[in-house]
Design a protein around this ligand. Structure first.
Ligand code: HEM
Length: 120
């Protein structure tokens, strides 16, 4: 999300470039699995067959608050789950290095730097 536009699942990037160099931003986009604040992908399937893929915003022995890609929160009781899996990878796509051209990536980084310089 930037300045209120975008999705809720990732970090708010409005002022990200104030604290990260262009090289660090490039790394974050190209190698999301190396992000030190990376969260596991969590996949929960309920006993009645509903499947949720997202990140755990809160979890204890009995329950799980899962946020899915659309930004929605789901409060799931573990006793209602058939399976629960934590995958040690980022929910962020790891293929931007092959999907974006060098120019696309430079543009994206410039955009993030410029957004961070604008007044709130
Ligand atoms: C080209 C578009 C994108 C850009 C520029 C971008 C940029 C970033 C950056 C810079 C971070 C690091 C934030 C930090 O260090 O705290 C980040 C983290 C993250 N991004 Fe993206 N992102 C993009 C697309 C996506 C998409 C499509 C998704 C979801 C499918 C996503 C999900 C995440 C998540 C969940 C994190 C948190 C770290 C983690 O748990 O791995 N991002 N993103």
């Amino acid at each position: 999300m930037i300045r209120g536009q975008g999705g809720f699942i990732g970090a708010d990037l409005s002022s990200y470039a104030q604290t990260h160099s262009p090289q660090e931003i490039r790394e974050a986009i190209l190698n999301p699995n190396k992000n030190s604040s990376r969260q596991d992908v969590v996949i929960a399937v309920t006993r009645d067959g509903r499947k949720y893929v997202g990140v755990a915003r809160n979890e204890d022995n009995f329950s799980l608050q899962l946020q899915t890609l659309d930004g929605a929160f789901h409060l799931l009781m573990k006793s209602h789950l058939a399976t629960l899996r934590h995958e040690p990878r980022s929910l962020m796509p790891s293929d931007y290095g092959s999907k974006l051209t060098k120019n696309d990536l430079d543009d994206l980084i410039k955009f993030l730097v410029k957004s961070s310089q604008e007044q709130p």
